[in-house]
Design a protein around this ligand. Structure first.
Ligand code: 3HC
Ligand code: NAI
Length: 685
């Protein structure tokens, strides 16, 4: 870490260099404090430009310090020190000025930025509120409405918009340091604006706070930080500066030690570790300049849309011309939907479609870098596709399957050049869902695995390496979720009670509502295949529902009944009858929400531990990412593994043992029992 001071006439330039993102570690805070002292005492200096080396301006407080006691100089004091410097400071921003970084910029008298920069207060995403005056100075700069929006959503604002909203004073074209120095010289020719702490907060009407609190609460669901952040902005509007600052700091310190903040920090670091599994070291990805997708159904169209969103040209291959037209129509519907939701403008949608070539001719793939297969989930159909691809594509082209449950090694069994074959498991809708399970086959070359990870980066997805087993990581755990949900029904719970308990736990939907939405037929098909392999999947009631043609919303009923044209789940007398018949003789008990959650979530944790045990996943945090980004597990709970550790693995083991003794779950696996002694998941080497 270095902070250097250089001089350009009467302007001093303070350059921060603290890789990778110039986070405000204790030694950086001290060095900036020392720089402010030095420059205040230097009569040759009339203004100070604060600029950063590397890829970004100061990206915030150092998240690594959040688990430790705060060390002086504290950030709020540093921001004040800069604000009260005897010469004006000008923040020169590139990359991102986030959190504490933006708070430092708010302590500066001016802010200038390159057009590609962004500014924001993303603290709520880490389960905290700004802790260095952000909620107190921001409403003084841009008013309470914009300040409330920024701190409760945490969404950064791009420089051009930030300029129009008054968050920054100027956009610099060309060299940032020179532009900031020129800006400083020009500013010195006029009287200086008041420091933000000396300004008043513009008034808002009294209804604003209640109205905003309602919408923030709806959005935040059970996340604590957004409403607490709003309370800080309200306090800034109602109390004097120092009182509001103290209120903000107290809120920040309280939340910093909260369970939600610990969970969100865990996810933050897990997401950053995921793209770099240890086995990738040394392998360089193959270039991806063009991609083909085989199959333009639900998944193929979604994958193609995601590729187009990343700017890649796509060839879409289908069985016949009518299917090509259907595939292109699926894509058009995706982009039309994006326009309707305001995600892209109509011109962009046209450009996205123009980059897709539909064809039935595999010969068109002779020079394609990557091919992703998303045809029917049928081993013979997939094998036939890969035989053709292996014959036509360049020997170095990467060939990937999006299979959900088939064994990639079986798909590639008869293919030539198997080192270029890999599983890339997307989640539906593939253009929206962030998860990508990357499944190397036994034959996959290291640079092909690296290409999978490089693709995830290009698509803005969270990559998780998964080993081969039935369902990989995510769907294997999903099977347990569903089986446990049915066990609950057999022992006295209702679908409504189970769904309500899981929603209360933080999932967007309960397991039965989710099956009705996605359709019960796919899982029934998989169970049939499993039985053919000699396995005994447990779904006594789902099997009966499928026999009766109740496949979910698409057939007018599944676990619930549905009125025509209405997606509201209604209790079903048929389902009650089927449950009663299946439960005949099973001990009925009263279930409360906590009991239901334990009976579903803790067996999921046990399955996840088995997944670590057999090395289908290499890190517990990867499993957390799979459940959060593929299945809606609440981020603020940190994923199932973090949840279990935070709760205490001894308690998890004891509860599972009790459930097992009642015939409601399996006993904990060896790895879970062993991990309980240390309190964290031990991954076998
Ligand atoms: N503290 C510590 N380390 C951080 C960090 C932070 N605030 N932000 C990023 N890093 C680390 C990452 O862990 C990663 O480390 P690794 O290479 O060892 O895995 C490295 O920096 C690079 O991060 P990314 O891979 O995310 O880099 P990108 O270039 O893709 O993104 C970024 C850069 C946009 C700055 C992104 O890192 C980011 O959003 N960071 C978090 C910003 C944030 O949340 N700031 C607020 C912090 S809370 C705060 O400031 C409280 C204050 O109000 C008191
Ligand atoms: P789908 O039935 O919607 O689409 C399959 C498409 O493949 C059809 O358009 C069909 O015409 C085409 N096709 C079939 N054989 C072909 C061939 N030989 N050449 C070219 N095109 C061919 O199926 P869906 O849901 O898109 O699934 C595709 C694959 O993705 C399956 O392996 C499935 O298991 C997997 N998957 C599905 C998910 C889902 O939620 N639907 C999630 C993740 C993976």
């Amino acid at each position: 870490m270095t902070v250097t001071i250089t001089h350009n006439g009467e302007i001093a330039v303070v350059t921060v260099d603290n890789p990778p993102v110039n986070a405000l570690s204790q030694d950086l805070r001290q060095s900036l404090w020392d720089a402010a002292e030095t420059l205040d005492n230097d009569p040759s200096v009339r203004a100070v430009v604060l600029i950063c080396a590397g890829r970004t301006f100061i990206a915030g407080a150092d998240v690594n310090e959040f688990g430790k006691p705060p060390m002086p100089p504290h950030l709020p004091d540093l921001v004040k020190r800069i604000e009260r410097a005897t010469k004006p400071w000008i923040a020169a921003i590139h990359g991102s000025a986030l959190g504490g970084g933006f708070e430092i910029a708010l302590g500066c008298r001016f802010r200038v930025a390159v057009a590609s920069a962004s500014v924001g207060l993303p603290e709520v995403r880490l389960g905290i509120v700004p802790g260095a005056g952000g909620t107190v100075r921001l409403p003084r700069l841009v008013g309470p409405a914009l300040a409330a929006d920024m701190v409760t959503t945490g969404t950064p604002v791009a420089a051009p918009k930030a300029r129009s909203q008054g968050l920054i004073d100027a956009i610099v074209d060309g060299d940032l340091e020179k532009g900031a120095i020129d800006f400083a010289l020009a500013a010195l020719a006029h009287s200086l604006p008041l420091a933000l702490s000396d300004r008043a907060v513009p008034a808002v009407d009294t209804a604003f706070w209640d109205k905003t609190a309602k919408s923030v609460a709806t959005r935040a669901k059970r996340e604590e930080a957004p409403l607490r952040a709003l309370a800080c902005v309200k306090s800034a509007a109602e109390a004097d500066f120092e009182t509001a600052l103290a209120f903000e700091r107290e809120t920040f310190l309280q939340l910093r030690g909260s369970d939600q903040a610990a969970a969100l920090r865990h996810v933050f670091f897990a997401e950053r570790a995921a793209p770099r599994p240890p086995e990738l070291s040394g392998a360089s990805p193959r270039p991806i300049r063009s991609v083909a997708v085989i199959g333009g159904g639900t998944m193929g169209a979604g994958i193609a849309a995601s590729l187009r969103d990343a700017g890649l040209p796509v060839t879409l291959v289908e069985r016949d011309q009518a299917a090509v037209e259907r595939g292109l129509a699926n894509l058009q519907a995706i982009f039309d939907g994006a326009v309707k939701r305001g995600r892209i403008d109509p011109e962009t949608a046209v450009a996205r479609m123009a980059g897709i070539a539909g064809t039935t001719d595999y010969a068109r793939l002779a020079d394609t870098d990557l091919v992703i297969e998303a045809v029917f989930e049928d081993l013979d159909v997939k094998r036939a596709v890969f035989t053709q691809l292996a014959a036509i594509c360049r020997p170095d082209a990467v060939l990937a399957t999006n299979t959900s449950y088939l064994d990639p090694d079986h798909i590639a069994a008869f293919m030539t050049g198997r080192e270029r074959f890999i599983g890339l498991h997307f989640f539906s809708p593939a253009n929206i869902m962030k998860l990508l399970e990357i499944v190397p086959a036994a034959s996959t070359a290291p640079d092909v695995l690296a290409t999978g990870f490089a693709l995830a980066r290009m698509l803005g997805k969270i990559p998780v390496r998964a080993g081969i087993c039935d369902g990989f990581i995510g769907n294997r755990i999903l099977k347990v979720t569903r089986a446990q949900a049915e066990r609950l029904l057999l022992s006295g719970a209702t679908p409504q009670a189970v769904d309500a308990a899981m929603r209360a736990f933080g999932l967007p939907m309960g397991p039965f509502e989710a099956q009705d939405l996605g359709g019960l037929d796919i899982a029934a098909f998989q169970r049939k295949a499993a039985r053919a392999r000699g396995e005994t999947p447990f779904a006594p009631i789902a099997d009966r529902l499928c026999e009766e043609g109740r496949f979910g919303q698409k057939s007018g009923g599944g676990w619930y009944d549905y009125a025509k044209g209405d997606r509201t789940p209604l209790p079903s007398a048929t389902v009650t009858r089927l449950i009663a018949a299946a439960a005949d003789g099973t001990l009925q008990r009263d279930w409360d929400e906590a009991g239901i959650v334990d009976c579903i979530v803790l067996p999921m944790v046990n399955e996840a531990a088995k997944i670590l045990e057999d090395r289908t996943a290499l890190r517990a945090s990867d499993i957390d990412l799979v459940k959060i980004h593929g299945y809606g597990f609440p981020r603020w709970r940190g994923g199932p593994m973090h949840y279990a550790q935070a709760r205490g693995l001894c308690e998890v083991v004891a509860t599972l043992d009790r459930l097992a003794e009642d015939g409601l779950a399996e006993h904990p696996c060896d790895l879970l029992r062993q991990s309980a002694t240390s309190g964290t998941f031990e991954v076998p080497r």
